[in-house]
Design a protein around this ligand. Structure first.
Ligand code: FAD
Length: 295
């Protein structure tokens, strides 16, 4: 199933109103981790996701695992899947191979990403025939396949962009290159998302812009992710996190409460979907759904 069609065919039959719910996972390092992840996905399947996605480490570190996982989830669990695909470290032929493997495995969707150069790389250079920007990768995928293509976007501006205006111009280029839908970097202040959607619409982008929501698991983890991908904690959440920092369960509960509040407002505004950064765990996401169904 093409994800672009899921967003355009949102119907009353969907158990989450008109929103397409999706879950993001990363490939575990060990076999035991794989088995545990399958249980997590089976558990979350009961929440009727429109699709699930699997990240791919920049530089291709998880290439085989990501491709195997999306194909297996789709075949064995019957859920539509999407493989993440970063530019970093891949040659054109590598990308072509991956696209062929996905197509042969029945996967219809790919998230075309820039990726980040490896942390320890001093003068990182892309392979001679590789891609630098997600828009170039998107154009290539579009020319090579019929896959439905997602792209990333940043309500609080990508950290390497020189300005919000430049970031938005680059996003327009990515859309023109053939992206079918956009998923946001995680954010904790819905006003930032709503403002970004307004700016994107004014710039002529009319694709679904799907909010990415992460239930906070640990204070250190969320700060690290915001450092890498950009964005800030609202002062109120920052203060509450500091108060519970030494208590893992209290931190998790705060994460569930905050994400529930965000989701409730986003759904009321008729967002096309919600993409959950699950961190490969199901309890927090499950609790958010239970909270939402209580309203
Ligand atoms: P791009 O669209 O290429 O943008 C990167 C930067 O370059 C931006 O500042 C942009 O403004 C600028 N730019 C774009 N085009 C041009 C141009 N033509 N000229 C000059 N500047 C330009 N990373 C992974 O490695 N693996 C994953 O699985 C993964 N999954 C993700 C999922 C989501 C939903 C999101 C939001 C991010 C994910 N990332 C992942 C992180 C992402 O790869 C990084 O944030 C990366 O730094 C940027 O990716 P991008 O696709 O936005 O890149």
């Amino acid at each position: 199933m093409r994800i672009a069609d899921l967003y355009s065919r949102r119907s009353e039959q969907n158990t989450h109103g008109r929103a397409v719910i999706s879950f993001e996972f990363f490939p575990p390092k060990t076999d035991a981790g794989f088995r545990a992840l399958f249980h997590t996905i089976e558990d979350l399947k009961q929440l009727d996701p429109g699709f699930v996605s699997v990240t791919m480490g920049a530089g291709g570190s998880t290439r085989g695992k990501t491709v195997d996982l999306v194909i297996r989830i789709q075949r064995e669990l019957g859920i539509t899947t999407m493989a993440h695909l970063p530019c970093v470290g891949f040659r054109r032929d590598d990308i072509r191979d991956i696209l062929r493997q996905l197509e042969a495995g029945g996967v219809d969707n790919v998230l075309a990403l820039g990726g980040d150069p490896p942390k320890d790389a001093v003068n990182f250079e892309r392979p001679a025939d590789g891609f630098t920007y997600a828009s170039e990768l998107t154009e290539f995928i579009r020319s090579e396949s019929e896959l439905s293509i997602g792209g990333a976007c940043y309500p609080e501006v990508h950290p390497r962009a020189s300005s919000a205006e430049e970031d938005l111009r680059n996003l327009v280029t990515k859309v023109e290159a053939g992206a079918n839908f956009l998923i946001t970097q995680l954010f904790f202040d819905n006003a930032k998302y709503f403002g970004f959607v307004d700016r994107a619409r004014a710039a002529g982008i009319d694709l679904p812009i799907v909010p990415g929501i992460m239930p906070i698991a640990t204070a250190a983890g969320v700060r690290r992710m915001l450092d890498l991908g950009g964005g800030e904690l609202p002062p109120e959440l920052d203060a509450e996190l500091a108060e519970v920092a030494s208590d893992d369960e209290a931190t998790r509960q705060l994460g569930v409460r905050w994400a529930t509040m965000q989701c409730r407002e986003l759904l009321e505004h008729g967002v096309p979907g919600i993409h959950f950064y699950t961190l490969n765990k199901s309890p927090s996401t499950r609790e958010i759904f239970e909270n939402l169904s209580e309203r």
